[in-house]
Design a protein around this ligand. Structure first.
Ligand code: DP6
Length: 320
């Protein structure tokens, strides 16, 4: 059986950085994100009874680095006695460079594999399987603005605003496309073990989440901007104070953050967020999108600007 699915990456405004249970990959706290529409990952999964091993290609080239995580995810989803899989991944953006490629990859993988393996499940169960492989992937099952709850032994995840409810834009300033030196999973375990700020970071997440939830409910852009930038800078403070430190920023990252702050001072509805990589994501209202794109494109060290609206959750593609 062969099946193909597509998913879009998501960008967190209230971030996931830390695991409650590394074995099960349960996040230490909840998070809130925007599902994008312009970027995508397609995953095709073909189960072959006679094959001896799983294979993975990413944009046409063999990729052994990700293969272990993909195989483990398939083992959990389909059971250890499953047929081996030929997995083909295709993305229209750089992977492992802080553009949330693991969120779209594992969401699409789980949707395609459950179909190929004739192992149907509801969206929440699929999101939990994907989250066990990569925490952020659980959020790519839903559209628009998404909240992930991590209060219990299992995560829960749902959309709190549809694409039409609040059509925000995200302008991504790409400053470097090479894969990052330290993966986010490894880096967050290091932060939990060594940063003196880690505990208070986790303890304050609920406060930031309720503020962000209220901002979304009231479509209060200024409030969302304030809590998102604060949350992003707290996460990076935890990274910087880890031992050894985890620093994903470069000069162009700082230049881009400064561009966003200057634009806001001049009255544009825009704020920044930065994940485990050097790219800057500027979230803005549609009215400011052209100004923000032009300003970031003209910022020193920015190599490319990608503009996205909010998009839909992971789904099967008709022609597997
Ligand atoms: C900074 O989901 O990549 O983007 O569960 O270990 O695969 P693993 O981590 P991952 O971490 C995402 C970290 C982040 C913040 C976020 O997306 O919430």
């Amino acid at each position: 059986m062969r099946a193909q699915a597509v998913a879009q990456p998501n960008i967190a405004l209230v971030k996931y950085w830390g695991k409650r249970d590394a074995e099960r990959n349960l996040p230490a706290a909840g998070s809130l994100s925007l599902t994008l529409d312009t970027l995508w990952t397609k995953m095709a999964v073909e189960l072959e009874e006679t094959a001896e091993a799983d294979t993975l290609t990413v944009n046409g080239a063999g990729n052994d680095k990700m293969l272990g995580r993909v195989s483990t995810c398939l083992d959990h989803l389909l059971g250890p006695g499953r047929a081996k899989a030929a997995v083909e991944s295709e993305s229209n953006f750089p992977i492992a460079a802080g553009l949330a490629s693991s969120s779209s990859a594992f969401a699409a993988l789980v949707v395609a594999a459950s179909k190929a393996g004739e192992s149907p499940a509801d969206t929440l169960s699929l999101a939990r399987w994907a989250g066990a492989a990569s925490g952020s992937a659980a959020r790519s099952f839903h559209e628009g603005i998404v909240e992930l709850h991590a209060d219990d032994d299992e995560i829960d995840v749902r959309s709190i605003a549809s694409v039409e409810d609040w059509p925000l834009r995200v302008v991504i300033a790409v400053t470097e496309s090479a894969p990052k030196a330290v993966g986010s999973g490894e880096a967050m375990i290091r932060s939990a073990a060594t940063s003196p700020f880690y505990r208070s970071w986790v303890e304050r997440q609920d406060e930031d989440l309720s503020m962000a939830r209220e901002a979304v409910r009231d479509r209060d852009f200024e409030k969302l901007a304030a809590v998102s930038e604060h949350n992003c800078l707290k996460m990076h403070s935890v990274m910087w104070t880890s031992r050894p430190p985890v620093v994903y920023w470069n000069e162009a990252t700082l230049n881009s953050m400064e561009t966003v702050v200057q634009l806001r001072r001049a009255g544009a509805p825009v704020f920044f967020t930065v994940d485990a990589g050097p790219q800057v994501k500027a979230v803005c209202l549609p009215s400011a999108c052209d100004t923000v794109s032009a300003a970031l494109a003209a910022t020193g060290g920015v190599t490319k600007v990608i503009v996205s609206g909010l998009g839909r959750g992971a789904r099967l593609l008709e022609r597997g």
